[in-house]
Design a protein around this ligand. Structure first.
Ligand SMILES: Nc1ncnc2c1ncn2[C@@H]1O[C@H](COP(=O)(O)OP(=O)(O)O)[C@@H](O)[C@H]1O
Ligand SMILES: [Mg+2]
Length: 396
């Protein structure tokens, strides 16, 4: 399952943008304040809308008037995502549309639609269509022997007008597309890695499925991969040895008081260094490798500026690891300011943001004939970006 397009209206700095044909590995560049973080926040916003409700998700972001694009306070906010998924043995392009309005200071769902085409012809069918807490949902969407007219529609009423219909219906397997979309959004992950939280011994109790957003369960994740997926752990150690001079092995170690720490062995010394005392870059590289070689990738991973603290020459491989992760089933969005990272990125994977009169637009490298021509002659994206070929990207 993969997000194919994103359309946003009136969400902060994105007054009106559409990104189409999004590749599995999508890299965004842009000056400060052009909306790189905001783009990732759209997924976080949807997740909060699902977990809580639309009102709470908006409230925790400063309220409707803070979230809606400046000057558009009387308009509605719209988010539309298209994604591909298999339903009854055919790949289908599913559209999820959400429109939020502010009525007497209360955010409400003006419209929520989930639609896709049932056959190769005809217009997309609305399997779920709600407005202000009322609407209909089709309960036998995968019965393709039935015509559109024969499908069973159930009228439903939600508890409140700021609850998403996919929140409730998405829990049921029979609502195929709603269920898949809900899972994609719920398992969305944005990395907000904090080296200082990743360091230090951690309570060994508990089970760490994935690296946490901040990386504060690094020791537990390392221990899990070490004991349950030893071949993956060894692969990570081999990569660490190649990339970080002095690292010869890394081992999770339980302490007597029920905690867990990481020991980094330097071949030159007898005693290992514990994670508290190794370099920032070492910790970060190790955390990224554990994240990217995770046996069960997140369906949607967002990472901001992965280049920080890492040696520039290592960024090429890191970019390739992100791409490999994306191709294993986890779509990846990365924002970057690093020409070294960008050099490893392909023409069709690069987008950039340009802000004009307060709002940002999305530009695409693939659609720029000059960039496409240079790339076909063997140039690299980072070099072209550094030399000002991304029109309007330079803040000055
Ligand atoms: N409601 C809004 N309407 C218009 N612009 C907004 C709104 N809220 C925030 N912004 C602007 O959006 C930008 C946020 O950018 P951000 O996503 O943090 O950028 P980046 O991550 O690229 O540095 C800031 O410049 C901020 O002023
Ligand atoms: Mg940012």
């Amino acid at each position: 399952m993969r997000i194919e397009s994103i359309r946003i209206k009136n969400f902060r700095v994105f007054q009106d943008i559409t990104i189409r044909e999004i590749p599995p590995f999508c890299v965004i560049v842009g000056a400060n304040g052009t909306g790189k973080s905001t783009l990732f926040q759209v997924f976080g916003f949807l997740k909060d809308c699902l977990t809580y409700n639309v009102g709470a998700a908006i409230q925790s972001r400063g309220g409707f008037n803070e979230l809606i694009s400046r000057g558009r306070e009387t308009e509605n906010m719209e988010i539309e995502l298209q994604f591909r998924m298999e339903i009854s043995k055919a790949e289908r392009l599913v559209t999820y549309f959400l429109e939020i309005t502010n009525q007497d200071g209360k955010p409400q769902v003006a419209r929520e639609i989930l639609r896709y085409k049932r056959g190769s012809a005809g217009s997309p069918y609305h399997f779920l269509d709600f407005s202000f807490g009322k609407g209909k949902a089709v309960v036998n969407e995968d019965d393709f022997n039935k015509t559109d007219e024969e499908l069973t529609k159930e009228q439903q009423e939600l508890d409140k007008a700021d609850i998403l219909a996919i929140k409730g219906l998405g829990q049921f397997q029979k609502f195929k597309a709603a269920n898949a979309f809900r899972q994609l959004i719920e398992n969305w992950y944005v990395s907000d890695f904090h080296i200082n939280l990743a360091r230090g011994s951690k309570d060994a109790a508990g089970y760490a499925d994935h690296l946490s957003i901040t990386g504060d369960n690094l020791q537990l994740v390392a221990n899990r991969i070490f004991s349950e997926h030893n071949e993956i752990f060894n692969r990570v150690i081999d990569l660490m040895k190649m990339r970080v001079p002095g690292v010869s092995t890394i081992e999770p170690e339980p302490t007597k008081d029920g905690r867990l720490l990481l020991k980094f062995q330097d071949g030159s010394f007898k005693d290992p260094f514990i994670d508290k005392y190794v370099s920032d870059g070492t910790i970060k590289m190790f955390a990224y490798l554990l994240l990217l070689y995770d046996p069960s990738p997140h369906p949607l991973l967002c990472v901001e500026e992965p280049e920080n603290q890492l040696y520039p020459r290592l960024l090429w491989e890191l970019a390739e690891e992100f791409r490999a992760y994306a191709n294993r089933g986890g779509q990846v969005f990365v924002s970057t300011h690093s020409p070294d990272f960008l050099n490893a990125v392909r023409l069709e994977e690069v987008f950039w943001l340009v802000k004009k009169s307060g709002f940002s637009k999305v530009m695409r490298a693939k659609e720029d004939s000059q960039l496409a021509a240079y790339m076909s002659e063997g140039d690299q994206m980072g070099y072209l970006w550094e030399h000002g070929f991304f029109e309007g990207a330079d803040p000055r």
